[in-house]
Design a protein around this ligand. Structure first.
Ligand code: ADP
Ligand code: MG
Length: 399
């Protein structure tokens, strides 16, 4: 039987991170906090053109046990890295630490102007994460947002969720030096159980939309293809540049501004055929997201299932043909899932590797996962890893 990689029960994870804290730092934590990874259901490669997307939080979370100290240092330990890293609390600035600890210290730094003396006196942070690293499920945002929740609560900063989202983004871009658009952090902080969010990347406003998979007898299977991310830096920058060229050619600030009606005629006016295809993907994808969110806002997933499936499939096909960000592993997983009866399947995340999602009947999960596993074996691909995406709560205090 194909194995589904399950998240631990919250109570067990909280117990474990508390124990790890005691063993590492020799005292009880003041509190335990956590934040989820996320999966984007639809709306891919549209964030940098001010588009719309619909992410959901998953049940795989990053837990942080924390305590304020008067040692003048930020002490950080991660169970996953097996390391303890220290940084001077008053001297915290980009470059002070690197690697995984920069995501943690970056959040403390990004929130620093909000506390009067509080954290400058020091904090101990013990991290235990269950979001797989680098699978496209945003372990980095889960880590940042859990730390932001910890600092907010322990130091009683009074920040708003959006201020914490901005701090997490700032930590990742300015302190850890990684590129992030903000989708991950918004989802990790704002999502609610049984819901997804419609995120408007123009102003980062969000609307919670019902996404009660279990209540409708459905499941969202995540397939981590484990395909190696190749060329991703250069390709990503190139797609962004092509999208900008498309917006310039159409005389708009962003492709979000192109009305969907008449868009295909307008796109034909773009002389560069590659830029034309890239622009077409973004305009169509934004429209797909609009329709998708509208279905969820006005009815149940079950009632809208046929159209939801078409939108998911069309999203993948567009990413494969117009945006050209898929790799064979992604396409094979999508094909195998569809053939085994998935209602819809698409790559999720930036592409060039990463994960696929498949919307399936709850009692077909094993069958679909098994079919993907067999297809991967036939192609001699690395064995994929399967998860269930359970729409979960956003970042917060657990104890
Ligand atoms: P993704 O966010 O898709 O999982 P990223 O490359 O953005 O992939 O982030 C992964 C990085 O985040 C890791 O390489 C590590 O530096 C950091 N990270 C995430 N979770 C943890 C953790 N539990 N412990 C240590 N580092 C972590
Ligand atoms: Mg990340």
């Amino acid at each position: 039987m194909t194995e589904l990689h399950a998240a631990p029960h919250d109570a067990d994870a909280i117990e474990k991170v508390s124990r790890e804290f005691r063993e590492a730092f020799g005292s009880e934590p003041e509190g335990v906090f956590s934040a989820p990874g996320r999966v984007n259901i639809i709306g891919e490669h549209v964030d940098y053109q001010q588009g719309l997307c619909v992410p959901m939080a998953i049940s795989h979370r990053c837990f942080v046990a924390a305590r304020r100290t008067d040692a003048g240092v930020v002490r950080m330990r991660s169970v996953q890295s097996g390391e303890t890293v220290e940084a001077s609390a008053p001297g915290l600035a980009p470059g002070a630490v690197d690697g995984w600890a920069s995501y943690v210290a970056g959040v403390v730094w990004a929130l620093a102007d909000r506390f009067e003396g509080g954290v400058a006196s020091g904090v101990d942070l013990l991290i235990d994460g269950y979001v797989p690293l680098g699978a496209g499920l945003s372990s980095s945002a889960a880590l940042e947002c859990a730390v932001a929740a910890a600092i907010e609560e322990l130091c009683k900063l009074g920040t708003t969720p959006h201020e914490r989202i901005r701090a997490a983004i700032k930590a990742e871009t300015e302190f850890a030096g990684a590129a992030t658009g903000g989708l991950d952090q918004s989802a990790s902080i704002l999502c609610e159980e049984g819901h997804a969010i419609l995120l408007d990347c123009r102003d980062f406003s969000t609307t919670s939309v019902p996404w009660d998979l279990a209540g409708q007898g459905l499941a969202l299977l995540i397939i981590d293809t484990r395909a190696p991310h190749s060329l991703v830096g250069g390709e990503y920058a190139e797609r962004r540049a092509q999208a900008e060229a498309g917006a310039r050619a159409l005389g708009v600030e962003s492709l979000r501004d192109v009305p969907f009606e008449g868009a295909s005629d307008a796109c034909r006016g773009i002389t560069d055929p590659v830029v034309q295809r890239r622009s077409r993907h973004i305009i169509n994808e934004i429209e797909r997201v609009r329709e998708f969110a509208e279905i969820l806002e006005t009815g149940s997933i079950r009632e809208g299932l046929a159209r939801i499936a078409e939108l998911l499939n069309a999203s993948h096909d567009s990413l494969r043909d117009d945006y050209e960000v898929t790799v064979p592993e992604l396409d094979v997983a999508v094909e195998a899932a569809r053939e085994a009866g998935a209602h819809g399947a698409r790559m999720t995340g930036g592409g060039f590797g990463g994960s696929v999602i498949a919307l399936v009947e709850a009692d077909r999960v094993e069958t679909v996962a098994g079919a993907v596993e067999s297809a991967f074996a036939e192609h001699s691909f690395t064995e994929p890893v399967f998860f269930l995406a359970t729409p979960s709560r956003g970042a917060g205090r657990d104890r």
